[in-house]
Design a protein around this ligand. Structure first.
Ligand code: MN
Length: 168
C-alpha cells in the first residue's frame, strides 16, 4: 500500500506562486506578492523579507496586481508611477497554513499563516495586520521559527548592485 502523494506545495508541486520584486523607485522597497484567487495580493516591504524571527518587517498592503506581473523585471520609465528599476529578487511557490479559513478569509481576519518555497526565503511566515498604526494598510511580515530560520540581523541576502543607482 503506497502512501498518497503529498502535494502540499512545500516541494513546489502545488502551483500557487509568490514573487519578491526589488523595486528601486524613489524609495527602495521590495514588492512581496502572493497568488490568491487569480490575482497577486501585494505588499511593499521597505526593508525586504527577513529570515530571522526576531525581525518584524513592515509590509504595506498595496493594490492587487495581475498574475502576469509576477514575471516583470525591467525599467519603469520616468514620469510613470513607480518609475525606477524592478528586478525579481526571489520567486517560488507558497502554501496557506491557516487550518480553518481560506487565505482570503485569513487576510480579512488580519492573520495569514503560510509557507514559502523560494530560493532565498523558505519556510513558515505570518503576515499580521497592525491594528493601531499611523500607516494605512500596515502589516508585519514575520518569520516563524523552523529549520530555515536564522538568528540575528538578516541583511546578507540583499543584493547591492543597484545601491549606487543615481537618483533622478
Ligand atoms: Mn513597488
Amino acid at each position: 500500500m503506497g502512501k498518497p502523494h503529498k502535494t502540499d506545495g512545500a516541494n513546489g508541486s502545488n502551483g500557487l506562486i509568490f514573487v519578491v520584486q526589488r523595486h528601486q523607485a524613489t524609495h527602495l522597497h521590495y514588492d512581496f506578492r502572493l497568488e490568491m484567487n487569480g490575482v497577486l495580493k501585494s505588499w511593499a516591504i521597505p526593508k525586504g523579507p527577513s529570515m530571522s524571527p526576531s525581525d518584524r518587517r513592515l509590509a504595506v498592503m498595496v493594490e492587487d496586481h495581475p498574475l502576469y506581473y509576477a514575471g516583470f523585471e525591467g525599467i519603469i520609465a520616468e514620469g510613470n508611477y513607480g518609475a525606477g528599476t524592478v528586478e525579481i529578487w526571489d520567486h517560488g511557490t507558497w502554501q496557506p497554513d491557516n487550518k480553518l479559513e481560506s487565505p482570503l478569509q485569513a487576510l480579512r481576519n488580519g492573520s495569514l499563516e503560510f509557507t514559502l518555497n523560494g530560493e532565498k526565503i523558505k519556510g513558515k511566515f505570518v503576515l499580521v495586520k497592525m491594528e493601531h498604526s499611523r500607516t494605512e494598510n500596515a502589516w508585519l511580515l514575520i518569520k516563524r521559527h523552523d529549520q530555515y530560520a536564522v538568528s540575528g540581523d538578516y541583511d546578507g541576502e540583499r543584493p547591492t548592485k543597484y545601491y549606487k543607482t543615481a537618483s533622478h
